[in-house]
Design a protein around this ligand. Structure first.
Ligand code: 6PG
Length: 235
């Protein structure tokens, strides 16, 4: 599908190079347009990258940080992506960035999606930089293979900004940007680690599989794939 692969010998090497790359892109955007936006994913993979990025001395006060997806849990919850980002990314130099949460304390995730959509649209779309992760089931953001509204999430013509997702495999209800907002990002990167995820991704791409990650990359030839072996796979 034409995506560029950036491969590293270790997660540490990847985290540093990736943080440099994202910081440079944000800085260039600020120089051109006075402000920049960055949407990141949750999960375990991005932690080292967040730590490295939080130290980059850029004009963070001109950066809006948001999430590609969120679990519908309050920001004090262990599974909250907001908690992860606040504790690891929005520290050190990056403390002065503005954070736009996807979660809000509403009765339903649908209400939260509506509320956050308005805020995100006002903050300025398309996103300048979006960073995705991927699960071994081929989900990315919170676009799960068994999502009840999978087709709507993957509609390339969708005008939606944030959508509520219910999927048995997700654990809890989610909020996510749909495919259309993700592939709209001026720069899109997929960050995965470990041989198993690599195999899943290569299979999905080679066989044009019906997996959310394959749909996204099919619509995002400009995306970059950042890969390193998992820590326990390094000899
Ligand atoms: C989330 C994510 C999700 C994540 C993948 C990979 O909130 O769950 O944004 O899409 O990126 O599940 O997660 P790991 O890095 O933990 O494997």
């Amino acid at each position: 599908m034409g995506q560029v692969w950036r491969e590293f010998a270790s997660p540490e090497g990847l985290a540093e190079a990736f943080a440099d790359d994202v910081a440079q892109r944000l800085e260039a955007t600020i120089r051109e347009r006075g402000a920049a936006s960055l949407a990141v994913s949750g999960g375990t993979t991005p932690k080292q990258f967040f730590r490295a990025l939080s130290r980059k001395p850029i004009a963070w006060e001109k950066v809006t940080v948001t999430l590609v997806d969120e679990r519908f849990v309050p920001p004090t919850h262990e599974r909250s992506n907001e908690k992860l980002v606040r504790e690891i990314l929005l520290t050190r130099a990056a403390r002065s960035a503005r954070f736009l949460p996807l979660y809000s304390d509403t009765a339903t995730p649908e209400d939260a999606a509506e509320q956050t959509s308005a805020l995100l649209a006002k903050a300025g779309l398309p996103l300048d930089v979006a960073v995705l992760g991927m699960g071994t089931d081929g989900h990315t953001a919170s676009i799960f293979p068994d999502a009840s509204i999978r087709e709507a999430l993957l509609d390339p013509a969708s005008r939606k900004t944030v959508m509520a997702v219910h999927a048995p495999s997700a654990g809890e209800p989610r909020l996510t940007l749909p495919l259309a907002r993700i592939v709209d990002a001026r720069h899109l990167a997929l960050h995965i680690e470990g041989r198993e995820k690599r195999r899943v991704l290569e299979n999905a791409l080679e066989q044009d599989a019906a997996l959310p990650i394959a749909d996204i990359l099919r619509h995002a030839p400009h995306a970059e794939v950042w890969w390193a072996p998992a820590k326990d796979e390094i000899r």
